[in-house]
Design a protein around this ligand. Structure first.
Ligand code: SF4
Length: 939
């Protein structure tokens, strides 16, 4: 039990609603004490302020931090960093396994130094949900769920054994096993409490201290929880590890953009349409790195599930978070999802006592900028074919797709000749037959016409939408009407339904809608991310062959939030995001070059045309079924003892011990090299001299380009490595699932088949020109894999740089995009702009992010990759955002120097960089605290 410190005299009691009193750090008291105009601050800022106030200890968090944030100004230079101590951490398995590998490696390092390995222990609760590993191998059959789960356990057994070791080794680390749901939906429906408590001593009396539920997650879409009034966002695994080990999460004081929602959704419009509209609108408003907060009557009228869909897509609009403040709707949601009556009362009373209950009205809060959206103006939409912010109104999809088909690749098109547009190719397929052997019963095997715009994947997927019963029920209702009219899905379409929790299955069964989805091939394939993360599984071999032979621009339609190239499936180039009912509609139409507002979805029983309006469910029809979706007893039953309900998980043996016994033969889990030569003293910051470019990229290089999550090609460096170790190609699994093995991941860095290195014009995939001298057997300037070139440069001790365009590292938060970059030997990335998390991950791994000045880039400098680079001005006195010089020496000896901004943004990041990254920084602190720290350490 800790003693509550009270630097500002704000500790107060509040009524728990059960005759007892609890304690809180009262924000209104700060204002009364004259510290700052707290009641005018955005709600998100106040929730962070509560954490800063409560954790103010004069060491990690200082009095001045409280004063600065209490006096946040809507418009000011943003130079101050905020130390945010979060209440808990959520992980998914793709990022969680490598994080656990790092923690295990830190324990091994402490043990080697003769220190107590148990110093490495999460200080806040950590929940890992295993959701990213299951793949759509089987589909279109009632057995798909079981068979995909069996394959998942077979492929991932070693990783799951490792997770079980983590569960016994760390006290505050819990795992939600496979087959339960998707991390953000499980968080919304079960893990999130809204308000947390701990025993404390207040005024020398035992008490219970209450505080807001806040978190960071190692997944970009952690923001979905903002729909329930909870502050949280995605961070890199390295930052999350530091957060677990007692470091605050540091971030620059943000601008807060208020979005005034008015009006109400019209008939035919879904929450997904709003999310896509908001994404496009806020992208244009440049909210990157800012907080977004919704207010106004439209926001107040939205149910939590719709708010969560909108908040989920905050990374797509570029914001750090997208918060809907706590109000009656949140209390209603907590109650409906089985949280106890007593807890709901405390939750409401807590936020009322803090003056934080209710959605603000215009004029009540001072935002940096105010925007406005009338929900009544939102229309049915999709987004694609390559970016989530490229919204297309439904009637325009046909025109937009055909235009993109012939537009040059450099203008975000597919570069096809006009003569190619109408061509089609016969493909014979056994219906729905995947590599794993499923089959759709309702449609017979046959031939299909494959052409540009054919829909080959139709997936109801992603927590964005599967957490929202209104759109899931709408999909079921649309399927029912379609089946009743005699519509069928084309045999070429791989359809699937992958909800984010078992509650969805419960209500789709209760309402009798699942059998209709089944008849159209939307059988349940698993409870996990599946198609959303790129685990869409193989297409039937004849289809895949035809795609590559004829270079067809085929389409996927999915209810996800991301559609970057090769994310959904490596062979599918056009990917459209849309609501679940529209996914079913486009599966029925079988193509995206169709105007569903005028052209039929298909032909009914009697050969008559059936239009979208004939099968689209009304808002009233959806509303009538909503009560089936939010039953407290169903949530309580399905979220009770899910470990006990999971025999496959229980069959996995548990390795014991505080320090992990690494198995050199494992191809999944290896001790990473980060701490193998670890010493207790950091080095000094020095200039980078004579660096070679490993790659030159254009704009919008995503973390998936840098570190792909999807399948591993057998001809790639990672594929060759696995084959050398006796792994059969069918057992390769994905890069995402092998993030516990640095050998695979380093080879997979920049190995996305779609990445374009401008040093080798006209190529796709992870290749570069290598100019290594003594480290290399190839001819100077020869094209080789990026991995081989990096190793050759490492051998001769040449540092590397990567040059990039705008939005470098956009997409999912992915530490391996930074870890792999560091392990390849890249010392600096010079880009026109960086995505927020990726920039901080680079610093977290000791890689220097540098930003070109406006108007300068690889093209203006006429870089072709034959240059060498020096970064000048780096030294022990480095300051945040300092201007440095990039000196380039061309092959002909000509020298040019341009200024660049060092994107180490905060003082603490300078410390991280000096230590070679966050983890060495934290480990050195732990080693210093540990008994035996006086011993001399190796390294
Ligand atoms: S379903 Fe998609 S958005 Fe949700 S956690 Fe999984 S990958 Fe992320």
């Amino acid at each position: 039990m800790s003693k509550a410190q009270d630097w500002f005299g704000t500790l107060r009691g509040f009524d728990l609603g059960n005759g007892r009193q609890g304690a809180l750090y009262a924000l209104p008291q700060l204002e009364k004490a004259g510290v700052g105009p707290v009641s005018r601050l955005p709600v998100s800022i106040r929730l962070v302020l509560e954490s800063v106030l409560r954790n103010c200890d004069g060491k990690r968090v200082l009095e001045q931090h409280v004063r600065a944030l209490a006096n946040w100004k809507p418009n000011a230079a943003r130079t101050e960093e905020i130390p945010f101590v979060v209440a808990r951490i959520v992980l998914q398995d793709f990022t969680g396994v490598p994080l656990l590998v790092d923690l295990a490696a830190m324990r091994s390092a402490l043990a080697r130094l003769g220190r107590d390995p148990k110093r490495v222990e999460p200080l806040v609760p950590v929940d890992l949900v295993v959701d990213h590993s299951v793949q759509v191998d089987y589909y279109g059959t009632a057995e798909a769920l079981t068979k995909n789960l069996e394959l998942e356990f077979k492929r991932n057994r070693e990783r799951y054994e490792f997770l079980k070791w983590g569960m016994q080794a760390f006290e505050t680390f819990k795992v939600v096993p496979p087959g339960i749901g998707i991390v953000h939906q499980v968080n919304l429906e079960y893990l999130a409490k809204g308000v947390l408590s701990c025993p404390s001593t207040v005024n020398d009396q035992p008490s219970t201290l209450f505080y807001p539920d806040t978190l960071v997650g190692t997944d970009s879409h952690t923001t979905m929880i903002n729909g329930l009034g909870i502050v949280g966002w995605g961070v890199g695994g390295i930052e999350a590890e530091a957060g677990m080990l007692g470091q605050p999460v540091y971030f620059l004081t943000p601008d807060v953009v208020g979005v005034n929602l008015t009006g109400a959704l019209r008939e035919g419009v879904t929450a997904t349409d709003v999310a896509l509209t908001v994404t496009q609108m806020l992208r244009k408003a440049k909210v990157v790195g800012k907080f977004v907060e919704y207010f106004g009557p439209g926001a107040a009228a939205l149910p939590v599930v719709d708010r969560a869909t909108i908040a989920n897509m905050a990374p797509e609009y570029g914001a750090t978070l997208g918060l809907f403040p706590v109000d009656e709707e949140c209390v209603k949601y907590l109650r409906a999802t089985g949280r106890s009556e007593e807890h709901c009362r405390i939750y409401e009373n807590y936020y009322r006592a803090q003056g934080l209950f209710g959605i603000p009205k215009r004029g009540e809060i001072d935002y940096s900028v105010e925007l406005e959206l009338d929900l009544g103006t939102v229309v049915p939409s999709v987004a694609g074919p390559k970016r989530p912010q490229d919204r297309i109104e439904l009637p325009n999809l046909k025109r937009e797709f055909l235009a993109a088909l012939t537009r040059p690749i450099t203008e975000n098109g597919f570069g096809r000749a006009a003569a190619e547009v109408g061509k089609s190719f016969e493909v014979a397929v056994k219906t729905g037959l995947p590599a794993g052997g499923g089959s759709r019963k309702s449609v017979s095997a046959g031939e299909g016409q494959l052409r540009h715009g054919s829909v080959l994947i139709a997936a109801i997927t992603s927590c964005t939408n599967t957490s929202n019963p209104s759109v899931m029920l709408a999909a079921g209702l649309l399927a029912k009407k379609a089946v009743e009219r005699g519509l069928q899905v084309n045999p070429l379409v791989k359809a699937s339904l992958a909800p984010g929790s078992r509650v969805v299955t419960d209500y789709l069964n209760q309402t009798g809608l699942q059998p209709y989805l089944d008849q159209l091939g939307f059988n349940l394939v698993g409870y996990g991310c599946m198609t959303c993360i790129g685990n869409s599984g193989p297409l039937p071999a004849p289809v895949d062959e035809a795609l590559s032979k004829h270079d067809v621009v085929a389409a996927s339609v999915l209810s996800g939030n991301r559609n970057f190239e090769a994310r959904v499936h490596q062979s599918i180039k056009a990917n459209f995001l849309m609501s679940p009912p529209l996914v079913v509609a486009f599966a029925l139409a079988g193509r995206v070059d169709v105007d569903l507002s005028r052209e039929p979805v298909g032909q009914g029983k009697g050969g008559e045309d059936v239009y979208l309006k004939d099968i689209w469910p009304s808002l009233q029809e959806v509303r009538e079924l909503m009560h089936t979706a939010l039953k407290p007893e169903v949530f309580q039953r399905l979220y009770r003892d899910f470990v006990g309900q999971n025999p496959k998980w229980n069959e996995i043996p548990v390795k014991a011990g505080e320090v992990y016994q690494w198995d050199a033969g494992s191809t999944y889990i290896q001790e990473p090299p980060f701490f193998q030569e670890f010493g207790v003293q950091p080095g000094e910051i020095r200039e980078i001299k004579g660096a070679r470019p490993l790659a030159i990229f254009g704009d919008s290089v995503t973390t998936d380009h840098i570190s792909p999550a999807a399948s591993i090609r057998k001809t790639s460096p990672a594929g060759k490595y696995l084959i050398e170790r006796g792994v059969a190609v069918e057992d390769f699994n994905s890069y995402g699932s092998r993030r516990g093995n640095d050998r695979v991941m380093t080879r997979g860095t920049f190995a996305n088949v779609r990445i374009k290195n401008l040093m080798v014009p006209g190529t796709e995939g992870g290749v570069t020109r290598c100019f290594a001298g003594k480290g290399c057997e190839c001819a100077p300037g020869e094209t080789v894999s990026i991995y081989d070139a990096a190793m050759a440069y490492q051998k001769e001790g040449t540092p590397l740089v990567v040059i990039a365009g705008q939005e470098y590292g956009t997409g999912s938060s992915r530490d391996w995009a930074a870890k792999g970059t560091a392990l390849l030997g890249v010392k600096a990335v010079v880009a026109q702009s960086f995505e927020r998390i990726h920039r901080s991950n680079l610093v977290g791994m000791g890689v220097l992010p540098l930003q070109f000045k406006e108007g300068t880039n690889a093209q203006t400098l006429k870089l072709d990759g034959t240059e060498t680079f020096d970064v000048l001005g780096l030294g022990p006195g480095l300051k945040p955002q300092q201007e440095l010089s990039l000196r380039l020496t061309r092959a002909n000896g000509q020298v040019e120097t341009v200024p660049v901004t060092c994107r180490i943004d905060t003082r603490i990041e300078i410390e991280y960089y000096r230590h070679g990254g966050i983890l060495p920084y934290v480990l050195r602190q732990l080693a210093a605290q540990s008994p035996g720290s006086e011993a001399t350490a190796k390294g």
